[in-house]
Design a protein around this ligand. Structure first.
Ligand code: MD3
Ligand code: FE
Length: 219
């Protein structure tokens, strides 16, 4: 793992750091620190139209992560399977559009990680509370695996479980905090990953919650 100090603004304690996790996988610590409040506002606007809900997996389990989406389609699961659906099954309406502030940061983060011309069409929004977890999985419902996935962490900290190409590979634990962005592409795009059960915490904007945004080219 190589770390390189990218930039430091000691006056206002906005610190950014780039951490290369694996070929194609980069953690941009503090990449959106200055924009966190605007991002949370945008999440709230989306959730007012397409509320967070705990979806049911094909196996009949209720996910502990609550989800919503924005964009041309949204990731959903129910008893029939996983899919990208152009409509919110709860409202029957199209998902809210991807806000410009989301698009701009997703494209900027992808470029920073070496992926030019990223054009995400989906923003999946995951909401965590203490105890919420996301078990080890691959993101394989998208059509084009050449495009990276950009992940934005807001609110209380979490630990990413970052495995390898095989489920049997023991995952590394990577702590992510409010304002951190991760880019998963290239050889790492199909790696197994998850989120460890969230610990208690407090964030001034989100309380004891964590929000993760993932931007994807799904269609
Ligand atoms: C992708 N969400 O929604 S991406 C998901 O914190 C998901 O809610 C995470 O996994 C969350 O599908 C943020 C974390 C992640 C880590 C490693 C990856 C995504 C990855 C490696 C390859 C592809
Ligand atoms: Fe995932």
């Amino acid at each position: 793992m190589t770390r390189s100090r990218h930039s430091l603004f000691t006056e206002d304690t906005l610190a950014e750091e780039r951490v290369d996790l694996a070929p194609g996988a980069v953690l941009l610590r503090g990449f959106v620190t200055a924009e966190v409040a605007a991002l949370v506002d945008a999440v709230n606007t989306i959730a007012a139209a397409s509320p967070f809900r705990n979806m049911i997996t094909p196996g009949g389990h209720r996910m502990s992560v609550a989800m919503s989406n924005c964009g041309d389609a949204g990731w959903v699961t129910d008893r029939t399977g996983y899919r990208y659906d152009p409509r919110d099954p709860e409202t029957g309406k199209p998902w809210p559009p991807v806000p410009d502030i989301f698009k701009i940061l997703a494209v900027r983060a992808a470029a920073e990680a070496g992926f030019a011309n990223f054009s995400p069409d989906v923003g999946l929004i995951n909401r965590y509370e203490p105890g919420t977890r996301l078990s080890l999985h691959q993101d394989r419902d998208e059509h084009d695996y050449r495009a990276p996935i950009v992940s934005v962490s807001l609110g209380i900290p979490a630990v990413f479980l970052f495995g390898g190409a095989e489920r049997s590979e023991r995952p590394r634990r990577i702590r992510v905090e409010n304002g951190d962005v991760a880019v998963w592409g290239g050889p790492a795009r199909m790696f197994y990953h998850g989120v460890a059960p969230l610990k208690d915490g407090f964030d001034p904007l989100l309380g004891n919650r964590r929000i993760n945004l993932t931007f994807r080219k799904a269609l």
